[in-house]
Design a protein around this ligand. Structure first.
Ligand SMILES: *Cc1c(COP(=O)(O)O)cnc(C)c1O
Length: 372
C-alpha cells in the first residue's frame, strides 16, 4: 500500500538517531522542562525566524496559550477559517473567545479580502486566526496590511506550514504569536504529541512559559491560572536530533513530488488546490478537487483498489460541527467555497518517503480514473 504517511520507512531511516536521543534523556534523569526542551526551542527559533519559541503539549494548546498570553477578552469575537482542523476553532473557545467565520478562496485558505470586509463591518472585532492550510502560505503582505489597517491581534496557525514563506516572509512572521504542531503527521512531527508558540515579543514569551506550567512565574508562585501543557524532554530531544536536521530535505522532497503532480495534472486537466502566486508552499497535503462527494468517493475507492491511500481535508466545515451548536455563535454566513472543498477535496500521498515509481503510480491511477 502507498500510505498517506509512511512512518515505518521514516523509522528505518531515523531510528539510530531517535534511540540515541532517548538513551540520552533516559540517562540524564531529567524528563520535564530541561535542557532538551530549551535547546530544541532555540533551534526551532532559528529555523522559523529568530524569535522566541515556547514548547507546549500540542498545536491546540499552542493556539490557546497564545490567545491567553495576548489577553483575549472573555467572549471576544475571533475571526477564523471554516476549513481547517477543528482544533483551530476549539482553541478559540477554550481561550474564552467566540469564533466567527468568513469563506475561503480557491486555495482553500481563508479569503483575506472577505476578512477585510468583515473587519470593516465589525470594528469591535480585532482578533484573527488565519491558517496556512495544506502547507500553502497565505499572502503575508496582505495579512500584514490587514493587521495594520485594523490594529489586529493575530495568531497564525502554522501547524501545516513549517518552513513555508510568502515572498521571503516566513509563515508566522506577521502575527504577534504563531502556533506550530508536532502531531506525527505534520511536516515536523514528534513520536507523539507536541506543539510550540513562536513570538518576537519576549514579554509574551515569558507569559507563555508561565502559562504552560500552571501559571507559575517562579517555583510555587502562581501569578495566573495556567495549564499543564509542557513539551516532553523526550520529544524535544528526538525532534532536535533526528527530525529537525532532516526537515529541509523532507521539504525539498515534498516540493519535488508536488512539481511532478502539478505538471502531470496540468497536462491532463485534473483540478487541484494550488498555492497563490508568490507562495513557497511546503506541501503538507496535495489536495485534488473532484466533481462532488460521489465522485470523490469513487476516486478514493479506485485509488484504494490500486493500493493508494487517500484522505479528506476536511469533510465537514467547522461551523456545521455539532459541538458548536452548544455555544452561541453568530449566524453563519453562506460559505460556498468552503463547502465546495468539504464536498470535493481528496488528498493524495505526498510524504517525503514516496519513491519516484510510487509518484508515477499515483499519477497514472488518478489519470486512468479521470479518463474513465
Ligand atoms: C494539526 C492541526 C492543529 C492541531 O494540532 P494538534 O497538535 O493536533 O493539537 C491545529 N491547526 C491545524 C491547521 C492543524 O493541522
Amino acid at each position: 500500500m502507498i500510505q498517506l504517511n509512511d512512518f515505518k520507512r521514516m523509522w528505518q531511516e531515523c531510528s539510530a538517531d531517535v534511540l540515541d536521543a532517548v538513551a540520552r534523556v533516559g540517562a540524564s534523569g531529567w524528563y520535564i522542562l530541561g535542557e532538551e526542551v530549551s535547546l530544541f526551542e532555540k533551534q526551532l527559533a532559528e529555523r522559523v525566524g529568530g524569535q522566541n519559541v515556547v514548547g507546549c503539549a500540542s498545536g491546540l494548546d499552542a493556539i490557546e496559550l497564545a490567545l491567553r498570553a495576548m489577553e483575549l477578552p472573555r467572549g471576544a469575537r475571533v475571526l477564523t477559517t471554516p476549513l481547517s482542523a477543528f482544533a483551530t476553532t476549539l482553541a478559540i473557545i477554550r481561550a474564552g473567545g467566540t469564533p466567527c467565520f468568513v469563506d475561503v478562496d480557491d486555495t482553500g485558505a481563508i479569503d483575506l479580502e472577505a476578512a477585510d470586509l468583515f473587519f470593516a463591518a465589525n470594528r469591535d472585532c480585532r482578533w484573527f486566526i488565519p491558517v496556512h492550510l495544506y502547507g500553502h502560505p497565505l499572502n503575508c503582505n496582505a495579512l500584514e496590511a490587514l493587521k495594520r489597517k485594523y490594529a489586529l491581534f493575530i495568531v497564525e496557525d502554522c501547524a501545516q506550514s513549517i518552513g513555508a514563506d510568502y515572498e521571503r516572509i516566513p509563515v508566522g512572521g506577521v502575527a504577534q504569536c504563531s502556533a506550530f504542531s508536532f502531531y506525527p503527521t505534520k511536516n515536523l512531527g514528534a513520536i507523539g504529541d507536541g506543539g510550540a508558540v513562536a513570538t518576537a515579543d519576549s514579554k509574551l514569551a515569558a507569559r507563555l512559559r508561565a502559562l504552560r506550567d500552571y501559571g507559575q512565574s517562579a517555583k510555587y508562585v502562581h501569578s495566573e491560572l495556567g495549564l499543564n501543557s509542557r513539551l516532553d524532554e523526550l520529544q524535544a530531544a528526538i525532534m532536535r536530533q533526528a527530525f529537525l536536521p532532516r526537515l529541509d530535505r523532507w521539504t525539498a522532497r515534498r516540493r519535488a513530488i508536488a512539481q511532478r503532480y502539478c505538471e502531470a495534472f496540468a497536462a491532463s486537466g485534473i483540478k487541484h488546490a494550488a498555492p497563490s502566486h508568490g507562495a513557497q508552499s511546503v506541501w503538507h497535503l496535495f489536495p485534488l478537487l473532484t466533481g462532488g462527494p460521489a465522485k470523490r468517493d469513487a476516486l478514493a475507492a479506485h485509488l484504494k483498489q490500486r493500493g493508494i491511500m487517500s484522505g479528506v481535508h476536511y469533510p465537514v466545515i467547522i461551523p456545521k460541527q455539532r459541538a458548536l451548536l452548544s455555544i452561541g455563535i453568530d449566524a453563519i454566513p453562506a460559505l460556498p467555497s468552503a463547502q465546495r472543498f468539504a464536498d470535493c477535496e481528496l488528498s493524495i500521498p505526498i510524504h517525503p518517503y514516496l519513491s519516484d515509481d510510487e509518484v508515477g503510480e499515483v499519477i497514472s491511477a488518478v489519470e486512468d480514473w479521470s479518463r474513465s
